[in-house]
Each structure stands twice: as C-alpha cells, then as structure tokens.
Design a binder for this molecule. Structure first.
Ligand SMILES: Nc1nc2c(ncn2[C@@H]2O[C@H](COP(=O)(O)OP(=O)(O)OP(=O)(O)O)[C@@H](O)[C@H]2O)c(=O)[nH]1
Ligand SMILES: [Mg+2]
Length: 309
C-alpha cells in the first residue's frame, strides 16, 4: 500500500467514525449512515415551469414489430394519450400535457410543491407511471395484437422561467408534428399507394416545401391534407376540465386537437397561465359533434360509478 493511499484510508475512517459519533448524539443509526450525505440535492428552483418529456426508446423498431399503421396509428396514439391521462390523474399539478408520435410533455404549474420539487423523483415517477400505464392499457386499445417485448421511455426535465418560454417550447413541439406529419403522409402515400421504393419516395420529396407536399398529396392522391384527422396534424393536448356527465360535473382529462401556437388557444383556456383551477368543458361544441373516445371511456366509468350508488 503506498503512502498516499494509507493517508486517504485513514482520513476516510476518521470521517466514518465522526459520522457515527454525531449520529449517536441524536438517535441510533449505523456507521454506514454517512453515505447518505453523498446523495445530491436536486431541488428545482422555485417559480419556474417544469416540463417533463418522455420519449419512446427505439420506437422506429417498436412500431415496425407491432405493425403500426403508417404514418399514423390511431389506436397506438390513443394508447399514448391514455398513458398520459394516467399520469395527469396521479399528478394534479400538471396543467397541460402534449403528445405526438412516441413522445409526451407534461407541464407542471410553476407553484407546484410535489415531492418538494425534487427533480429525480418527479422524472422517475412520471416516466415509470407512463410506461406501466402504456403496458397495462395495451389490450384496451390494441385488441388482439400481442405486446412482443417491454417498451421503454426515456425522460428529461426542462425548466422554463417565463410564460413565453413555455409557449415557445410547446409551439416548437407542435411545429415538429406539422413538419414530420406532412412529410410522412406524402412519403407513405408515394410508397404504399404509388408503389415507389423508400429511396425513390425520399428522392421525390427531397428539397420540397410544405406547399409542394400539399399539392402532391392533392394532385396525385386526392388528399386534402387539412381534412386529415386533427390528432395526426396537430398532436394531442390534454387538459383537466369539468365535464357534464348525466346530471353531475366531474373533473376529467379532455383531449383537444387545437393549434396551440396561436393566441386564441391561450385565451380560450385562460386558467393555464392564470390562477389555475380547471376550466369548463363544453360537451355541446366538441369537434365534429363527436366526443373523443379517450373522454367517452372516462365518462362511461363515471356513469357506471353513479349508477352503482
Ligand atoms: N408507423 C408508425 N410509426 C410511428 C408512429 N408513431 C411513432 N412511430 C415511430 O416512432 C418513431 C419516433 O421517432 P424517434 O423518437 O425520433 O425515433 P426512435 O426510434 O424512437 O429513436 P429514439 O427516441 O432515439 O430511441 C417514428 O420515427 C416512427 O418510426 C405511428 O403512429 N405509426
Ligand atoms: Mg423515440
């Protein structure tokens, strides 16, 4: 053993003994207790928006193995929405969630004190609950299609100090949906309808602008891009709203397929940036007079609960 190692070893022992003595002064604890002090404080600053974003690992492969419809699998997207709904039901300080493709962002209100704002706790709970709900609800959306292997999601915490930063973050994610979905819709129509190879479709779309892809879809496939389902074009916004179910009102998680880049969205839902209390949901004016399935399933559960009283 060389001299410096001996010294280090000695100092370490002294430190451990000191911890042990300190501990005896207050309450019984083991000489190993000192290792707790190696844990890093990870409290998030007060008064900032906390965004937790989860993203499927290797979903390019996962979607292939599970034969997801291209470019959008409605059921698989609803399964993502259902997993996010579970997370929102558990964490009542999430004011808005936004999902597209294999990712979901959860927005915690600035004042939240959940887990004393400890970053690792928040991130790991949200990510693991999202994943377990995704697996648990798989049969409810995917029918007989068997889950072939356990999916997993990565997660990150991002902090935004101003309302404008938060809006820009969400606008960034929604702009991403638009760019990707328009490209993917054109690409998969060229491959699946026109019979091009992947390489040929890629070459055909190289250097094209949005207007060109819109025109291509309309001219060659008779598709008006704007009439495709809003969930595919805009992603899913989940909000907590008070919903009329038979003769009572319940707080439910409501999917909305709207343009959150525009001011109108934030004016329609003033609770989000204001003093947060869930807003009212207007069942009557739901898009296309059809309530989304994610919501009707929740309403069905409430109805059963009311009837069994
Ligand atoms: N066919 C189909 N594929 C989807 C759908 N939603 C997501 N995907 C696939 O999931 C991928 C998500 O993109 P990424 O997150 O960048 O890719 P990834 O393979 O998950 O890679 P990492 O996130 O880096 O692990 C897309 O590129 C698609 O391949 C869908 O509704 N239908
Ligand atoms: Mg992914």
């Amino acid at each position: 053993m060389n001299q410096s190692f001996k010294i280090l070893n000695f100092l370490n022992k002294q430190l451990q003994n000191k911890r042990f003595i300190n501990c005896l002064g207050s309450m019984a604890c083991s000489r190993y207790e000192y290792v707790k002090s190696y844990e890093k404080e990870d409290g998030i600053l007060p008064n900032v928006w906390i965004v937790v974003r989860v993203d499927g690992k290797g979903f390019h492969k996962f979607s292939k193995v599970h034969d997801f419809e291209k470019p959008n699998d409605e059921k698989a997207l609803n399964l993502m929405n259902n997993a996010a709904q579970t997370v929102m039901e558990e964490f009542r300080d999430i004011v808005l969630s936004y999902g597209q493709s294999d990712e979901y962002s959860f927005i915690f209100r600035k004042e939240t004190n959940v887990f004393n704002r400890r970053s690792a706790k928040l991130l790991s709970y949200v990510t693991s609950l999202f994943t377990s709900s995704y697996v648990m609800n798989w049969p409810n959306w995917m029918g007989d299609k068997k889950l072939q292997y356990p999916p997993c999601f990565d997660g990150r915490v991002v902090l935004y100090p101003s309302d404008q930063n938060l809006r820009d973050y969400l606008s960034w994610r929604q702009a991403d949906v638009h760019i990707n979905n328009l490209y993917n819709t054109a690409f998969w129509n060229l491959v699946l309808q026109a019979g091009l190879t992947n390489q040929e479709a890629e070459a055909e779309l190289r250097g094209t602008f949005s207007a060109d892809k819109n025109e291509l879809l309309f001219a060659r496939f008779g598709i008006n891009y704007n009439s495709l389902p809003a969930m595919f074009r805009k992603g899913t916004i989940l909000l907590r709203k008070r919903v009329q179910v038979t003769d009572s009102k319940r707080q439910l998680i409501v999917p909305i397929y709207d343009d959150l880049i525009r001011d109108k969205f934030w004016k329609t839902h003033p609770e989000l940036l204001g003093k947060y209390t869930p807003g009212e949901y207007d069942n009557e004016s739901a898009q296309n007079d059809m309530l989304p399935e994610l919501l009707t399933r929740q309403m069905g559960k409430v109805q059963i609960e009311l009837e069994s009283r």
